[in-house]
Design a binder for this molecule. Structure first.
Ligand SMILES: NC(=O)c1ccc[n+]([C@@H]2O[C@H](COP(=O)([O-])OP(=O)(O)OC[C@H]3O[C@@H](n4cnc5c(N)ncnc54)[C@H](O)[C@@H]3O)[C@@H](O)[C@H]2O)c1
Length: 365
């Protein structure tokens, strides 16, 4: 099998916990050709753990010496745009951690380089590749469960004070926004992917308790182009940690109860039987082996790469989620319902995902 040459930039939390293990687990399809990190100790530790001495502090040097096919960006959010552009211009695909970047203006700059170079910038969205997610989506999209009506996504996680000791977290300049974009990104992206095109959103976002600039909680109501509606709760304050998603269509209600990585058996599908009773359906999906979500998304990318095809979740597709998050923050800052398509160049929210956040943080001082 043709092996892709893959390098990882950022051997911190998610780089070492998910991306580097995913590459080594897919050793028949991928070769780890470099680890880049500014932090020497992290580089050395990752090199030892993942069996490579191709360790770099400079992305440009690594690109020049190793000529990777794909570069994983597992660095803080504010670095994604410059690094993604650098990688694509140097001739490789990018597999970029979420959030892809911090504004629609930045998304459009990345999209322009993707188009200009013919390379790919793929956003990590591992919930779409977790056990069961694609099967639920296929059923919803096929119409077998009827029209999609309602839904919710509840990301109730807990992050204590030590979480914000990492210098880039909690600040507008480096994280861009908070719980909605950093922690709830996965559940929101999955709900939007399951329910279809969103058309408008109204929300609240604020920093209720934690000593950070970005929001630690938000709520929102969403309307979909197909008529459906949904609610969102995103927070890092909950002592009962859970991620819950529910979608109700005409003929089925689909529930996911998970935390960080959905598994097949965490989905439940209920339908009304002939007697009008709600029943759990056991044969709604094809059985699947255990999935490690980052690995599954990488395997999907590698399949497209070997076939010479464009991969999934390029900038244009990921833009819809960033636009949605931006619209939620705009609604929170302006107290208005925000419609899809209304945030364009000239709007302060086009330039910054949470353009209202700094003023909100200042007002709280
Ligand atoms: N998909 C997920 O489930 C998930 C989970 C956690 C974090 N993330 C995302 O992954 C990204 C990284 O988060 P983290 O928690 O791993 O951060 P982290 O701070 O633990 O690690 C980031 C690493 O990048 C290195 N780095 C920073 N700037 C660099 C640069 N210019 N060149 C090379 N190395 C550089 C740092 O030295 C550090 O080792 C963020 O965007 C975050 O939102 C995603």
């Amino acid at each position: 099998m043709k092996k892709a040459r893959i390098a990882v930039v950022g051997a911190g939390g998610i780089g070492a916990a998910a991306h580097l293990p995913a590459i080594t687990a897919l050793a028949e399809q991928a070769e780890l050709v470099g680890i880049v990190d500014l932090d020497e100790a992290r580089r050395a530790e990752a090199g030892e753990r993942f069996g490579t001495d191709k360790l770099y502090s400079d992305l440009a040097v690594m690109m020049e010496e190793q000529h990777p096919d794909i570069v994983v960006l597992a660095t803080p959010p504010h670095t994604h745009e410059p690094l993604a552009i650098q990688v694509m211009r140097a001739g490789a695909w990018v597999f970029c951690e979420k959030p892809m970047t911090g504004s629609l203006a930045s998304v459009d700059r990345i999209a322009a380089v993707e188009a200009e170079t013919g390379q790919a910038c793929i956003t990590v969205s591992q919930f779409r590749y977790s056990g069961g997610a694609r099967q639920v989506r296929d059923k919803l999209r096929s119409g077998e469960w009827g029209t999609v009506l309602t839904g919710y996504a509840n990301t109730s996680w807990y992050r204590g004070p030590e979480y914000w000791e990492t210098s880039w977290r909690g600040k507008f300049a480096t994280e861009f926004a908070g719980a909605t974009t950093t922690q709830a990104h996965h559940a929101i992206d999955l709900l939007l992917w399951l329910m279809g095109d969103w058309s408008s959103v109204a929300g609240f976002a604020d920093t209720l308790d934690r000593p950070i600039e970005v929001e630690d909680a938000s709520t929102a109501v969403v309307r979909f182009a197909g008529g459906g509606m949904a609610t969102l709760l995103s927070q890092v304050l909950s002592h009962q940690q859970e991620t819950r998603i529910q979608v109700t269509a005409q003929k089925a209600t689909i529930d996911l109860e998970t935390l960080y990585m959905p598994l097949m058996d965490e989905w439940t599908v209920r339908q009304i039987d002939d007697e009008g009773q709600s029943q759990v359906v056991s044969d709604w999906a094809e059985p699947e082996g255990e999935k490690q979500a980052h690995r599954e998304q990488l395997a999907n990318i590698l399949g497209h790469w070997r076939a010479g095809e464009r991969p999934e979740l390029l900038v244009a597709e990921a833009r819809a989620t960033i636009e949605f998050l931006t619209a939620l923050y705009k609604s929170a800052a302006t107290g208005t319902l925000v419609k899809r398509g209304e945030i364009v160049a000239g709007d302060p929210f086009y330039e910054a995902i949470d353009a209202g956040g700094p003023a909100r943080a200042e007002a709280k001082k």
